[in-house]
Design a protein around this ligand. Structure first.
Ligand code: GS8
Length: 252
């Protein structure tokens, strides 16, 4: 009788301790899961290149923490930040032991790492479509961005830093940007989006600078080209971007 009671007690204690162990295992793995899963983006909501990264993370339905970098006090030029981004610019992405900078490279990484989440931004299943996505990502970086940046910079960034807009420079830049947009207009008469009839990283990467341009009188550059205008209205109304745009407060 004594022996049976002792066995039962022993079994009971073992089963409680194994339940506690299971519980602790579940708790510790979920803590570990959340610690390893949360990406950190160092940047600021109003920054165009930060907005590019955040929009991509939203499209891929990936959780992130935005770690503010105080540009006003030059935090991005201090050693702690330079250790992450040697050129002293935002954004930076930290994924566990990996540190990445250059917003377009970050969006490519996120699109590949989270292949099975959200929208397929780089067309994994189709090498030709993937090739066209790469082409238009390059076009943004090599043609569109250099042409639009001087306009946005003159209108918003220089005044934010206490300078004044050089309107002659804006007009000269607008003329050059118009020529780039003529190529876009022709392209967008043949497909709904830049790389084909599907939304991709190629479209996404254009969002932040164009958003600020559209807040200015130079929105007419986009609005006067019907296919570019329709494309803009489509891509800028995606929830992944409208959420980010709420913090893009550089332009009134
Ligand atoms: C450009 C980064 C950049 O210009 C990228 O990440 O795509 N090619 C890089 N960052 C700007 C903010 S962009 O909104 C920046 O950090 N400016 C502050 C500075 O240069 O001092």
């Amino acid at each position: 009788m004594m022996k049976t009671t002792s066995y039962t007690l022993h079994f009971y204690i073992r089963s409680i301790s194994s339940n506690i162990l299971n519980f602790l295992f579940v708790v510790s793995s979920s803590i570990q899961f959340s610690l390893t899963m949360t990406l950190k983006v160092y940047g600021i909501g109003f920054s165009t290149c930060t907005a590019r990264v955040l929009t991509c993370l939203n499209e891929k339905e990936v959780e992130y923490e935005l770690v503010p970098v105080n540009l006003g006090v030059g935090e991005h030029k201090k050693p702690a930040f330079l250790a992450k981004q040697p050129f002293g610019q935002i954004p930076v992405l930290e994924d566990e032991d990996l540190t990445l900078f250059e917003s377009r490279a970050i969006t490519a990484y996120v699109s590949h790492k989270y292949k099975d989440n959200g929208v397929d931004l780089v067309r994994f299943g189709n090498i030709k479509e993937a090739g066209l996505v790469s082409v238009w990502i390059e076009v943004e970086s090599q043609q569109y961005n250099p042409a639009i940046t001087p306009i946005v910079s003159q209108l918003y960034i220089i005044p934010m830093r206490g300078g004044s807009t050089d309107h002659a420079a804006v007009e000269a830049a607008a003329e050059k940007f118009g020529k780039v947009l003529d190529v876009y207009e022709a392209r967008l008469t043949t497909s709904k989006y830049l790389a084909g009839d599907f939304y991709s990283l190629a479209d996404l990467t254009h969002l932040p600078y164009t958003y600020y341009l559209m807040k200015s009188e130079w929105a007419s550059l986009i609005n006067s080209r019907p296919h570019v205008k329709a494309w803009w209205e489509d891509i800028s109304s995606r929830p992944a971007f409208t959420k980010v745009a709420e913090n893009m407060t550089l332009a009134g």
